[in-house]
Design a binder for this molecule. Structure first.
Ligand code: FEO
Length: 173
């Protein structure tokens, strides 16, 4: 049975992951608006990945006999100055998510909930990748420095990103 404090914290994390999905869909919308269809593809895949993250937590709560309680999803920003501002916001947001995951892990440790610690290990590794991806794209955009051809090439590169279901979900099927 899932400890109530942990159940509450994971429910909050489900909401945070869904909010992340909503944020990235908003960024995808603006990329389409600006004509960057490759960047829009990148953010649409982020959108799907965040839904996967929410679903992993959702399934985990149920598997431990807990109760998922879905709360309202707050509104998200709808406009950014340029792609660089969007990827900077992505990195800042992922750093916040990393601290949320770390707090969850600290709570699971305090409560001696070893199963939750084990489940969270995948998220700890995932956050390293999430932050690295955003950082790389910020570096690329800084190198390009607004050059049209550079932006065109980066957009083409990001158009090639393909969605793969998060492994804890894929392995469960
Ligand atoms: Fe669910 Fe982007 O971390």
């Amino acid at each position: 049975m899932l400890n109530k404090k942990i159940e509450e914290a994971i429910n909050a994390q489900i909401n945070a992951e869904l909010w992340s999905a909503y944020l990235y869909l908003s960024m995808a919308t603006q990329c389409h608006d600006l004509g960057y269809s490759g960047m829009a593809n990148w953010f649409e895949i982020q959108f799907k990945e965040e839904q996967d993250h929410a679903q992993i937590f959702y399934k985990y709560v149920i598997s431990r006999g807990g109760r998922v309680t879905l709360k309202a999803i707050d509104k998200v920003q709808t406009k950014w100055k340029d792609p660089l501002a969007m990827f900077k916001n992505t990195l800042e947001h992922e750093q916040v998510v990393t601290s949320l995951i770390n707090n969850l892990y600290a709570l699971a440790t305090k409560e001696k909930d070893y199963a939750t610690q084990s489940m969270l290990q995948w998220f700890i590794d995932e956050q390293v990748e999430e932050e690295e991806n955003a950082r790389t794209l910020i570096d690329n955009l800084k190198m390009i420095d607004g050059n049209g051809y550079g932006l065109y090439m980066l957009d083409k590169e990001l158009a090639a990103r393909v969605y793969t279901q998060a492994s804890p979900l894929a392995n469960a099927e």
